[in-house]
Write a protein that binds this ligand. Sequence first.
Ligand SMILES: Cc1cc2nc3c(=O)[nH]c(=O)nc-3n(C[C@H](O)[C@H](O)[C@H](O)COP(=O)(O)O)c2cc1C
Length: 203
Amino acid sequence: MKLFLLGLFLLTSLTSSCQAQTADPQGMAPMDSEKILIVYLTRTKNTKAVAEMIHEQVGGTMVELELVTPYPENYREIVAQVARENESGFLPPLKTKITNLDQYEVVFVGFPTWGMQLPPPMKSFLTENNLSGKTVVPFNTNGGYGIGSSFDKVAELCPNSEILEGFSVRGGSERDGVLFVMDGEKEVEVRQEVEKWLDRLAF
Ligand SMILES: Cc1cc2nc3c(=O)[nH]c(=O)nc-3n(C[C@H](O)[C@H](O)[C@H](O)COP(=O)(O)O)c2cc1C
């Protein structure tokens, strides 16, 4: 009887694990969410909202980039500082350290467009952390002028990574006093766009 029950148990476990494999529409093994890292930079929380939408669908670990010396609150001052940093190539030191980078196979990197470029703190992150051999997936929010050179810069700083199709959406426009916009209908729309994009990438 014991032997019969053991056999039945083994048979059911085998069948259910086979079902889990075939449930994936792409026929690929589902990505283990422990291997996914979502790193993002945000000031007025629009990019953070997109990071959360990605997290809802793929899971993984979310990390917000923090600086040793935070940027000024004042919009004009931060614009001027970022312009100086972009000009000189200064990489602001990060407070955020990823200690277990080896664990991750896929790294989503999210950021706003700043001065039509990749923001200096994300340049710091991609310079400090070697993402060779990993899959890198950029995502962005911007004030309506697009990604500028930011996605190209991600590819340049990760020469030995596989870079997947990025996602970009209009966020706030601090210059015009428009800060957080990812709520109400906009949030619903953006979540749908994020889901479509992740489906295309087979996540
Ligand atoms: C310093 C700075 C520079 C910016 N430069 C641009 C830009 O060049 N092009 C653009 O479309 N938006 C620009 N923006 C607007 C942000 O990209 C936009 O508000 C974004 O959604 C902010 O994301 P966050 O809420 O995650 O901080 C800039 C914002 C700041 C603070």
